[in-house]
Structure formats: C-alpha cells, structure tokens
Ligand binder design. Structure first.
Ligand code: BGC
Length: 397
C-alpha cells in the first residue's frame, strides 16, 4: 500500500510502501481513503518546519483532511457500518488525568500540549490507501456529499470559531442570536439601529434588523479556510465581506460574489476604506496569518466586536502596530480578540450540516473550491510547490 511520508531527520519526503492496517480491537474501523485535502500545514510539514513522527519512528505519514469509506468494522462498533462515508477527526487526547479539557472530550482545548494529531503530531495520517481508527473519532457524512465532503475538516476550524462567537456574544443583552431568532423591541432601541432598521425589526424583515446589530462579518484571506469561513458566515445569516488581495487571480471575486459575500480588494482599498465600506465591523474571521494586516484591522473594529484569529504567521521579524489605539478601543468599545485551533465532534457535525446547506444554496461555489484532483504519486510536487488554485485534493480511490 502506498503512503506519503516525511522523514524529518533526513529532510526527505517520499511515497513509501506501507503495511495495510488490520482490525485488532472491537471498536476499530477500517477505511478506504477516498480523498485527502492538502493544506498549508501539510506544506509546512513537507518543508520540515512542522510535524513530528510517532515516538521511536523516523517518519510521519502525512494528511489530515480526509474523506474515507468504511470497509470493515470491529465486533463492538455501532456508530458506523460498512459503506458509510466518514470524516475522521484530527486530534486525540493527552494521557493526563489532570487535563480537564481532554477528560471532557475536548482535546481541542488540551492544556498539556501532549495531545497527538493524525498526520501532524506523533500519529500517522491519512495520505495512504487504507487507514484504521476508533469509531469514536469518525463522523458519518451523507452519501450525496461525496464530491465535497473532503472540505469538512478545514470547515471545522471555522465552525469552532463561530460556536465561540455565539458564546462570546451571549454577553450582549439580546445575545446576538443566530439569524431568524427574533430580537426584542427593547434590544432594538438599545442597539445602533436607525429608525428604518428599527421599523424593519418590528415588521417582518428580521434579517435586516439583526444584521444591523452584530452580523456584519469580514473574512481576512481568500484561501480555502477563508472562503469556507465566508460560506459558513453567509449560510448563518451574516452580511459577509471578504477582504483579500485579488492578485492575478480574478476568478476569486466572482466566486465570492456567487455565494452571496462581497469581495473587497486589498489592492484598491486600505483597511480604513474597507471598514468604511462595511459600515461597522462586528466580526472578523482571520484566515491568512498576516500579523500586520490583522492588527491593522483590529484597530478599526466596531463597538462590541469580536475578532477571531485562525492563521499562524511565519516569523518575519517585528511589525509595527498602534498598540495604544488598539488597547483604548478594546476597553472603550467592549471588543474581544481570541485565537482558536482544531475542533471537537460538535464542530464536525456543524461542518457536515453546513456543507449540506452550501450544496443547496450555492452548489457551484462550494464545488468550485476544489480546483484540482491529483493521484497519490503526484502528491509530492503538490506539497512542495506553493498553493495553486484554491484547494488541491489527492484522490486516492
Ligand atoms: C489542522 C488542525 C490542527 C492544526 C495544528 C491545522 O492544519 O486543521 O486540526 O489542530 O493544524 O496542528
């Protein structure tokens, strides 16, 4: 069986021959890999900047954005059956009884850093032909999502961010409800609604009035994580803007507009002009890892706004930021800035249900995110070159 592996000690990445796994325990599930997405993390691992092989081994099989089909189940398995399409989770808990997060089934909040991650940290990943996993880490996907379900894992990052945004905004007296919940008149008079929006709120146009509170979102970055985040925000009722460089790729703007977000080009709009065009930024989903840009945007957030970091900046030396202005605004405008990584089972479930919504609302756009499918033997050049198109996928079976 073929597998794509990195040997960090030797600085080698290659397709290796690898033993097919066999079921050895009651809760194990054997799966045939259908597709694996390639992301920035994989490219960093292939450049030997990130990633750790299992203890005592010299290599790591990479790949963590998987879609697989169940081919065999252990005697005790009840959650999945042969033929099911599944997306496996990435992170596994640390062994420490004192880690409340892992003990609570939330390894995504692990305190000890001794968690493992498939294809990333101390456990082999999914860029191979067959894999094995415990059923508790598998999420069943409806069969009709076969063509797009490989996007589930990168979307889970955005889903965890959104779940936390809702939790954070519970601090607001009206709770910034997900769209379609009704806001009270009381809340309308306390918010920054103008008369027209207030009138709309008391009539049937709930969406306009809620958008006027806390539902104007800006996504930083138009890569796969940013675009998936933007689709999620649109599908969850946010007025959504994507702020990014267009570069030479002018198809991205059309894609963004096609699913109902607005594209603001960084080449033609400064951060201040972008903020003015949005007219009050309530939420920022950062998905680009550019620290200077991110902190410039933090400076122009609106009152009661939330800024979420998901990108990891490279180390490029010091950047200049206006800390006094940012700190003043954080206090005087009740702003919250937080970072988020990885995802729990509930976020996989939310991602699968949102992909289903994307398929109903804008099927061409969600399919348009996958811009290339490659064979496993073509994976190495894919990992070495910078990203081309939007999302490249290795189609194994
Ligand atoms: C993965 C996450 C993982 C993170 C850090 C990301 O690419 O999607 O699941 O936690 O890398 O290793």
């Amino acid at each position: 069986m073929k597998a794509v592996a990195v040997f960090p000690g030797k600085h080698v990445a290659e397709v290796i021959d690898y033993a097919e796994p066999r079921i050895e325990a009651a809760m194990q599930v054997k799966m045939k890999i259908l597709e694996i997405g390639v992301c920035g993390t994989d490219r960093e691992i292939a450049a030997f900047e990130y990633g750790t092989p299992p203890d005592g081994e010299d290599h790591l099989v990479i790949g963590h954005e998987a879609l697989a089909e169940v081919t065999e189940v252990g005697a005790g398995v009840t959650r999945v059956k042969v033929g099911d399409l599944v997306v496996p989770m990435v992170r596994r808990p640390c062994p420490h009884a004192t880690c409340q997060a892992c003990q609570a089934g939330r390894a995504d909040f692990c305190y000890t850093d001794d968690f493992t991650e498939r294809g990333i940290k101390q456990v082999h990943g999914f860029m191979t032909e067959y894999i094995m996993d415990d059923e508790q880490y598998l999420n069943v996907v409806p069969a009709h999502l076969r063509d797009v379900a490989v996007l589930t894992e990168p979307l889970t990052i955005a889903e965890k961010a959104l779940a936390q945004i809702w939790e954070v905004q519970q601090r607001l007296p009206w709770g910034c409800p997900p769209l379609m919940s009704k806001v009270t008149d009381d809340a309308a008079t306390n918010g920054r609604l103008n008369d027209e929006a207030h009138a709309a709120n008391t009539s049937t146009n709930i969406s306009t009035s809620i958008a006027a509170y806390c539902h104007k979102a800006v996504v930083l970055g138009a890569g796969p994580v940013g675009l998936l985040g933007a689709m999620m925000l649109v599908a969850n009722g946010f007025e959504t803007y994507v702020y990014s460089r267009a570069g030479s790729d002018d198809t991205r703007g059309g894609l963004i507009e096609s699913f109902g977000a607005k594209f603001i080009k960084a080449e033609t709009h400064t951060v201040e002009q972008m903020a003015q065009e949005v007219g009050g930024i309530d939420v920022v989903y950062e998905a680009v890892g550019a620290s200077q840009l991110a902190f410039d945007v933090i400076k122009v957030l609106d009152t009661n706004a939330v800024f979420v970091f998901t990108g990891i900046p490279g180390r490029k030396g010091a950047v200049e930021i206006d800390i006094d202005a940012i700190m003043r605004n954080l206090v005087l405008k009740n702003q919250i800035v937080f970072g988020t990584v990885n995802a729990a089972r509930s976020h996989y479930e939310a991602a699968i249900s949102d992909i289903e919504k994307f398929e109903q609302q804008f099927p061409d756009a969600v399919r348009g995110l996958i811009t290339g499918r490659f064979k496993i033997d073509e994976a190495l050049p894919l990992l070495r070159q910078g990203s081309q198109g939007i999302k490249s996928v290795v189609a194994v079976n």
